[in-house]
Design a protein around this ligand. Structure first.
Ligand SMILES: Cc1cc2nc3c(=O)[nH]c(=O)nc-3n(C[C@H](O)[C@H](O)[C@H](O)COP(=O)(O)OP(=O)(O)OC[C@H]3O[C@@H](n4cnc5c(N)ncnc54)[C@H](O)[C@@H]3O)c2cc1C
Ligand code: SF4
Length: 491
């Protein structure tokens, strides 16, 4: 028996006898996530984090104090009863744990991997607060992933209620659309998802790379929808192929959920952004993920030209994904150019850590001034300025102030702009009566109802670029409101 097993058995015995004290729980070291070697993974797309073993999961679960007030639940956007599912893992009842999670989150294998737990549930965890270190909180996300992966092959297809004869259109197949489709289909409606891309899954498929979120997990959820009877129509752009008005007035849809995300990339507006070799992070990642550009010479339709030296602009998760993708696509040097310091970076600590391990060079307190090109219009470098931190701005973060005369040139052949995404204006241009705010996001009430009768919206198109779990939460709220609205119409 390994040392880990012995320790686990000893602790479980004490727990069974009611003798496991808080002090002993605090002494259990946080379980490290096994991961792919940082050199090996530079040249493959496989998932980096490998998941807990059973022993690790149960040991980690025993770190939980089962706080009666459960502050972690307050930090969870969909209010999963966290101590309850963790207690089931500690007891070895993984099916029970998954059942609890699934009542609140349809995609636990996704959320366990990509939710920013360190600013949600884990930020509030009593254990992390005791150690004054959020990285020492109970690893709620890793435990969620453990339960989800354990149950992956055992999941049952949810049953739909008797047909209502009513039709629901879901526009966009991201996490919000998937949840809205599942919940409205379960209520017995005939549900069709319309997706602009040739594959469903939204950002989970075209944006978040395989090495963070294996696509097989998303495909499985899509297959479950199909088995439930949801029709998925790809290569269909609502606002172009058909308008919302046509779907409702001519095609017989009784209700619509808009979950089109925030897919319009922002650029910096600096000289040289039109040069060959400049990509938005969205385009770069879509080519790599959805069009498999990493399969060089093996039939990728729209490969990315091979880059030698790459500069990524930005400091968020999207910038980390783009930089780490560039490493895997064979770049010799990848710079991440960010105008503040690491402390102000919005990216998850884990992503920053992984990017550094993989050799991405962080150029902090630096910002691009212009992109330089050659006579053929191709990128040959970036002129940057050095910055220092001044007083805090309205976001509370210290304002980056340029240092006059500090210009220097980074020698690169590719630039990836990852400074954020906004709403695509297509639906605003083609849907009279649908109200948008000044940033182009759809206005909704607390039930995700828009200004048009029978039309609901959620996810990034409402919230601005947000998170998977928030999009899922809104998909659920909208589906409940749609089900109620359609029930009212039947009466
Ligand atoms: C690179 C990247 C990394 C990210 N990493 C994380 C992370 O680690 N953790 C996290 O929680 N969040 C992350 N996010 C954010 C998260 O993915 C989004 O908040 C979430 O996917 C939004 O979900 P959604 O339901 O609004 O739709 P989306 O996932 O945005 O999907 C919308 C879908 O609608 C389709 N569509 C758009 N317009 C139309 C139209 N007119 N007709 C038909 N279909 C249309 C699009 O093609 C797309 O498939 C990341 C985002 C990006 C870009
Ligand atoms: S706050 Fe932390 S220790 Fe307390 S119940 Fe939640 S996960 Fe467990």
């Amino acid at each position: 028996m390994s040392e880990l097993s012995k320790k686990l058995q000893e602790l479980l015995e004490k727990q069974r006898n009611g003798q496991l004290k808080a002090k002993e729980r605090f002494e259990i070291p946080p379980q490290e996530m096994p991961q792919q070697d940082s050199v090996v993974r530079r040249s493959n797309m496989n998932e980096v984090a490998l998941g807990y073993t059973e022993e690790q999961a149960r040991l980690e679960a025993l770190r939980c104090l089962q706080c009666p007030t459960a502050p972690c639940v307050e930090g969870c956007p969909v209010r999963i009863p966290i101590p309850a599912f963790i207690a089931q893992i500690a007891a070895g009842n993984y099916a029970g744990a998954l059942e609890i999670i699934k009542e609140y989150s349809l995609l636990p294998a996704v959320c366990g991997r990509v939710c920013p737990q360190e600013v949600q549930c884990q930020e509030k965890c009593t254990v992390g607060l005791k150690f004054k270190d959020v990285m020492k909180s109970v690893s709620i996300g890793r435990l969620e992933r453990f339960a989800a992966d354990w149950g992956a092959e055992k999941a049952q297809t949810p049953r739909a209620a008797a047909p209502t004869g009513q039709k629901v259109a879901i526009i966009g197949s991201g996490p919000g659309g998937i949840v809205a489709a599942s919940d409205t289909r379960r209520a017995g409606h005939s549900v069709t998802i319309f997706e602009a891309f040739h594959k469903p899954g939204g950002v989970m498929v075209y944006g978040i790379p395989e090495f963070r979120l294996p696509k097989a997990i998303v495909h499985k959820e899509i297959e479950t929808l199909r088995k439930m009877g949801v029709e998925i129509v790809c290569n269909f752009i609502v606002g172009r192929t058909r308008t919302i008005e046509q779907l409702m007035k001519e095609d017989g849809f009784d209700a619509v959920y808009i979950g089109v995300g925030a897919g319009l990339p922002k650029f910096m507006g600096i000289e040289g952004e039109q040069l060959v070799g400049v990509y938005s992070a969205n385009e770069y990642l879509t080519r790599a993920n959805l069009m498999k550009a990493y399969q060089f010479g093996r039939g990728a339709d729209t490969p990315i030209a091979r880059s030698r030296r790459v500069a990524v602009f930005g400091g968020g998760n999207v910038a980390m994904d783009a930089a780490r993708m560039a490493v895997r696509l064979g770049a010799e040097k990848v710079y991440l150019v960010y105008r503040r310091s690491e402390k102000e970076m919005p990216a998850r600590v884990e992503e920053v850590h992984h990017a550094k391990e993989e050799g991405v060079e962080f150029c902090l307190l630096q910002n691009p001034k212009r992109i330089l090109g050659n006579e053929q219009g191709q990128v040959v470098g970036v002129e940057c300025l050095r910055y220092e931190l001044g007083e805090p701005d309205e976001s509370g973060r210290r304002r980056p102030v340029p240092i006059a005369g500090s210009e220097f040139v980074l020698d690169v052949d590719t630039v990836i702009v990852a400074i954020g995404n906004g709403a695509n204006p297509l639906l605003q241009q083609t849907t009279p009566g649908l109200k948008f705010n000044k940033w182009g996001n759809i206005e909704v009430d607390e039930n995700c109802r828009t200004s048009l009768e029978g039309v609901y919206a959620g996810g990034d198109i409402v919230l601005g670029a947000a998170t998977v779990i928030l999009a899922m939460g809104q998909g659920r709220i909208a589906a409940a409101a749609i089900n109620e609205y359609l029930a009212g119409k039947r009466r």
